[in-house]
Ligand binder design. Structure first.
Ligand SMILES: Cc1cc2nc3c(=O)[nH]c(=O)nc-3n(C[C@H](O)[C@H](O)[C@H](O)COP(=O)(O)OP(=O)(O)OC[C@H]3O[C@@H](n4cnc5c(N)ncnc54)[C@H](O)[C@@H]3O)c2cc1C
Length: 443
């Protein structure tokens, strides 16, 4: 089929917060037009990342945080694949499908919403021994790994080795690291009750950050509440502290302390997906530069949004919008609006969104939230946080609620399925959405 005898084709690359919402809004806006909306994504689901810490710690089953693309976007053509090339002149993308077959697609409009990957720092041993937290494979690995460490510790006769297995270090006290440590401690406490052998020793969790406070990028009140809840729970918080080195059995801090551990979770942040760099277009902090209408300068037919794009923050002149789901999903809708406008439906609009606040689920009945900048803590914050998740999750709401209710009354179902091994989730991956195979790692 040639360009002229096919419908106008809008290709969206990446079905995360930005891409999913762009596809959904376009399919609603252009339902009677002669357009084809194609969504290219490596997996057949949208992943609701904010609930991933609850998957890694046995509160939610993995499928709860995935929403079927085919099942919820009926007027969108789903192409399973990972895009590795964009020919801006010929207006064509190239991709590899899950069976390693090559494909290409021409487009009339392109939306780039490929998100981000783990950020590495040049610290000895980190790439080899730390594991990231940016995708489902890492969450499934961590869930098994934690359960395994607790089980192995329960039969370990040597006290020092036992302690090392029951010690968990999280680096990076942003929202991801803070939630992983908060939920992780509750998870290991519940596992410790099941393994009765060494009841006297509490599992040890450390949350390490170079910043002077946890949640350094968020409102101080959220930071204070989270700090208090974590300390009361027994999490050791090490602010103004950096990791100097990691080995398979220890983490060395710049305070001089060596922490014996088998677990190092790396939550120091993310960088845009490498596809952005490969385009050879101007970037800001690695994110693709776009104008306030989300179009790439010089290529009005290409829009970018979400973590991959440097979207000017019109509410904070001179800055770009932070990498959050709140912005990504709204930018996706704006991209859809502006494409529809270019096709004759309405007028284009610049992206402008005032931050509505943030919510950190700290596990149990605890949370720290500031909806509309009203600070909340305790069970009220927890209700608000869970309500926010349910309202923004595009599917599975009843199933997620059910898991939460069951989790409140039943012990956690902690078994290791062993499907994702350590070697399948290297920190330095450009594809956090897929485990590497085959893996020869025994752990
Ligand atoms: C654990 C965790 C918790 C978080 N919690 C919160 C929170 O509570 N609140 C909040 O506001 N933000 C939170 N965030 C941040 C938020 O999830 C991101 O800012 C948001 O997902 C960005 O949306 P996106 O669409 O740009 O990218 P993503 O949602 O990551 O989507 C990118 C999509 O592109 C696909 N993709 C990548 N490369 C390619 C390629 N080459 N070809 C095709 N497809 C590709 C990916 O598979 C994915 O589906 C959290 C992030 C993490 C990791």
């Amino acid at each position: 089929m040639t360009v002229s005898d096919r419908p106008h084709r809008i290709v969206i690359v990446g079905a995360g917060f930005a891409g999913y919402h762009a596809a959904r809004a376009l399919s609603r806006k252009l339902r009677h037009d002669d357009v084809e909306i194609v969504l290219v994504n490596p997996n057949d689901y949208f992943l609701y990342l904010p609930l991933l810490p609850e998957v890694a710690t046995g509160v939610l089953e993995p499928r709860r945080v995935t929403v079927s693309l085919a099942g919820t976007l009926p007027r969108v053509r789903l192409v399973l694949g990972e895009v590795h090339g964009v020919d801006l002149e010929k207006r064509r993308i190239s991709y590899t499908d899950p069976e390693d077959r090559q494909g290409s697609l021409e487009y009339d409009r392109l939306v780039l919403s490929v998100g981000s990957v783990n950020k590495l720092l040049p610290i000895p041993g980190i790439a080899e021994h730390a594991r990231g937290f940016r995708g489902m494979p890492e969450a499934l690995y961590l869930r098994d790994h934690i359960s395994r460490q607790m089980a192995l510790a329960s039969t370990e006769p040597d006290p020092a080795r036992r302690r090392a297995r029951r010690t968990f270090v999280v680096v990076g006290a942003g929202y991801t690291g803070t939630e992983v440590a908060a939920h992780g401690k509750l998870f290991t406490d519940s596992l410790a009750r099941q393994h009765t052998d060494h009841h006297d020793e509490d599992p040890r969790w450390l949350l390490v950050d170079i910043a002077p406070r946890i949640l350094p990028e968020l409102d101080r009140r959220l930071s204070r509440t989270s700090d208090r809840v974590l300390r009361q729970r027994g999490v050791e918080i090490r602010t103004r502290t950096a990791v100097k080195e990691a080995t398979s059995r220890a983490v060395v801090l710049d305070s001089g302390e060596t922490v014996d551990t088998h677990t190092l979770v790396w939550c120091v942040g993310v960088r845009p997906d490498p596809l952005v760099h490969d385009l050879g277009l101007p970037t800001d902090n690695g994110r693709l530069i776009v104008n306030p209408y989300l179009a790439v300068p010089g290529h009005p037919e290409v829009l970018a949004c979400g973590d991959a794009a440097a979207v000017p923050d019109l509410t904070r002149p001179g800055q770009i919008t932070p990498m959050t789901a709140q912005h990504a999903s709204r930018q996706g809708k704006t991209a859809a609006h502006n494409i529809a406008a270019a096709l004759g439906h309405g007028k284009p609009r610049a992206y402008r969104h005032h931050d509505l606040g943030f919510a950190i689920d700290l596990g149990g009945v605890h949370a720290a939230a500031n909806p509309l900048h009203i600070p909340l803590s305790g069970p009220v914050a927890n209700l608000v946080t869970r309500g926010l998740h349910l309202s923004t999750l595009p599917g599975n709401r009843a199933r997620v609620t059910n898991d939460w209710l069951l989790n409140a009354v039943l012990p956690r179902q902690a078994v290791q399925l062993g499907l994702v091994r350590s070697g399948s989730v290297p920190l330095d991956t450009t594809a956090p959405y897929a485990p590497l195979t085959p893996s020869h790692s025994r752990e």
